[in-house]
Design a binder for this molecule. Sequence first.
Ligand code: NAP
Length: 298
Amino acid sequence: MSISLPKVGFGTYLITNQELEQAIPTALKAGYRHIDTAQVYRNEEGVGFALTKALEDQGLSREDVFITTKVFPGNEARGQSPMTYSDTLNSIEPSLEKLQLDYVDLYLIHAPFCKNERVEQWRALVEIRRLGKAKSIGVSNYNQIHIEEIKSAGLPLPEANQIELHPWCQKTELVSYLNQNDISIIAFSSLVPLSTWRSKEGEKSSKSEQMKADGEDPSSIIKVLANKYRVSVAQILLKWGLQKGYAIIPKSSKQDRIKQNIDLYSFEIDETDMQKLSSINRSDGGVAWPEGDPILIN
Ligand SMILES: NC(=O)c1ccc[n+]([C@@H]2O[C@H](COP(=O)([O-])OP(=O)(O)OC[C@H]3O[C@@H](n4cnc5c(N)ncnc54)[C@H](OP(=O)(O)O)[C@@H]3O)[C@@H](O)[C@H]2O)c1
């Protein structure tokens, strides 16, 4: 069953605990009501600290915000043991403590790394939801095979799948499978085609380096449409995701960009232009994992 979640969320990967002290209140003031973090981002503490203070300062309550975090399931390719059922069941506790919350709105398995334990890990998430520690549960970087495993085990299906999606990486078959199965789609890394995407030293993705950024190329359709609709290239990429029906979670540590990335309702990309954006699908994503794109794991 799909879930109802705020359409524009705030991504926090590569934002430090200290930067979050400014970024979270700015995001809430700008209107974001969904915050996306993960155990491997090592910033759940910063999210918890900044969120608690910002809710109080801005007169908001816990129920006004939607908080997502993700369990990292282990990965033998990184020398980590796969998480068992009870490891996964217990994994929520330190997250709740760091986030200063009694429950998260959405708890995701970060990636389908553990072939032999995937179903047991999912069973643990079902129990976490039953215990009320997560309102909704889902997966990330899962493909049809991974979700079919859950179906075959007779377990409830994930309520959401968080995956890389932008005009270069459209995953059309997976998207229609998720829609058919009523699984909400949350798009991450919407801004990959920008030259500013993770451009700082230490943030770069080796893969995006090999890709020619379309964002600033005057002949690229993304840039042409940004000029036509008098918005930024980032806004075209984010609006594309919204018009496809996805929830989006752009990240920025800069105040002006945080505001710009949720300012998406003064224009609408017309059908012809949406089709033009569909024509630049490269099928390949820009996010490079050391072990290869997890969505391609069987
Ligand atoms: N589930 C997963 O496996 C997974 C994987 C990747 C990401 N995610 C989630 O999705 C979120 C978003 O993905 P992401 O962080 O990879 O990338 P993103 O949000 O698509 O792009 C962020 C990058 O673009 C820059 N940027 C942001 N707004 C901009 C604007 N308006 N104009 C120009 N440049 C702009 C940012 O730089 P500045 O910060 O300097 O502005 C940063 O380098 C993450 O933060 C995380 O929460 C999940």
